[in-house]
Design a protein around this ligand. Structure first.
Ligand SMILES: O=C(O)CCC(=O)C(=O)O
Ligand SMILES: [Fe+2]
Length: 362
């Protein structure tokens, strides 16, 4: 069990990273535990001195919390507070009593995106029943002989934009092999910067291993399955990128981002095919703030969505994020499909609004 001192340390650490909501919670829990455990010395001077010091600490942090909330709002990449201040007078202000609005189907501002990301990470679905009631599950072959006898189970997560999950794309033993084989190549993940370079960042805390189709038989097999079920050319270099295996530890996450690259068409990522290689006991969802939904990692299942339409226009509604892992660890493998390689598989359609790709089919 955590002692009062442990709780105090965690609280102070949170405060020093501007995580003020959890900071206050831990400092308060430290105080409660101190009261509970130290009853035998309750009347001593030392006890009173310590308690007063901690009480003062807590009050100061609450005040700091309120100041930051007033000035910067409840959340940014660099801080978090509760939605309302602790101070009762401040809490009466009108701005703290607005209803939580939700922006869906279009790109809102990044603060709104982050708010929705956090709600989705907690397992909420932000859509109304009119939208969710149209979703369905079905068996799919996508017309491929590979799946004729054993079709895959597909669940439509969103119709527009089209996001689906496909179950048992890899078997448990294939998933375990992939984890084992890539573990030794893991390196700290980076993100692509505006100038085209890459950098490690607090926005993406995970480790990455790049794998070639030829590294393991199961990888070339997986490429074949992706091609059959999604109706794309997923051949490395011409049709798609190398595989990227990603491992997140506790707290590992990837904040809201898009997978398409800001410049260029040919090697841009028209689709993302992501396979979960393990169940995650708690946390680690993949969420789409502007779609208003998310997916819980399930070993062997794939998540497929289209970052661009047939004519190469990026679809910013498909921004997404990987929620922090709370318990266990998370393993995924990504295959990014290139726009340029799909001339024969996803031919251009007429350029019109809402012309999104809907594959796979029955
Ligand atoms: O891990 C996830 O759930 C999403 C990963 C992701 O978005 C990425 O690697 O680009
Ligand atoms: Fe991504």
């Amino acid at each position: 069990m955590l002692t009062a001192l442990d709780l105090h340390r965690i609280g102070s650490e949170a405060v020093s990273h501007n995580v003020l909501n959890s900071g206050v919670d831990f400092l308060r829990a430290a105080l409660d535990r101190w009261d509970g455990n130290a009853s035998f010395v309750k009347s001593s001077d030392t006890f009173d001195r310590h308690r007063n010091l901690r009480q003062t600490d807590l009050r100061k942090v609450e005040k700091f919390h309120d100041q930051i909330l007033e000035r910067k709002g409840p959340r940014s990449t660099f801080h978090s507070t509760y939605e309302r201040p602790f101070n009762k007078t401040l809490a009466r202000k009108k701005k703290y009593h607005k209803k939580d609005e939700v922006v869906l189907g279009e790109l809102g501002n990044s603060i709104q995106g982050q708010k929705q990301y956090y709600r989705l990470c907690r397992g909420e679905d932000l859509r109304v029943i009119d939208v969710t009631s149209r979703l369905y599950c079905r068996y799919v072959t996508n017309g491929s002989p590979l799946y004729k006898i054993g079709p895959l189970r597909m669940e439509v997560q969103s119709l527009d934009p089209y996001v689906v999950t496909l179950e048992e794309v890899v078997t448990p033993s294939e998933a375990a092999d992939l984890v084992d084989a890539s573990a030794r190549y893991l390196m700290r993940s980076s993100t692509i910067r505006a100038n085209g370079g890459s950098a490690e960042s607090f926005m993406r805390t995970s480790s990455t291993a790049w794998m070639l189709d030829s590294d393991l038989p199961v990888l070339s097999e997986l490429t074949h399955r992706i091609e059959q079920i999604a109706g794309v050319n997923a051949q490395q270099n011409r049709g798609a990128e190398m595989y990227q295996v990603v491992n997140y530890g506790v707290g590992g996450h990837y904040t809201v981002h898009h997978d398409y690259i800001d410049k260029g068409l040919i090697n841009n990522r028209i689709a993302t095919f992501l396979v979960y290689l393990k169940d995650v006991p708690q946390g680690g969802r993949t969420v789409f703030p502007w779609v208003g939904t998310g997916v819980r990692p399930k070993r062997g299942s794939a998540l497929l969505w289209y970052n661009m339409n047939r004519v190469g226009m990026p679809d910013s509604r498909l921004q997404h994020g990987a929620c922090p892992v709370l318990l266990g660890d998370k393993w995924v493998i990504n295959k990014w499909i290139f726009y340029g390689g799909q001339l024969h598989t996803l031919p251009c359609g007429p350029e019109k609004k809402g012309d999104t790709i809907r594959q796979p089919q029955a």
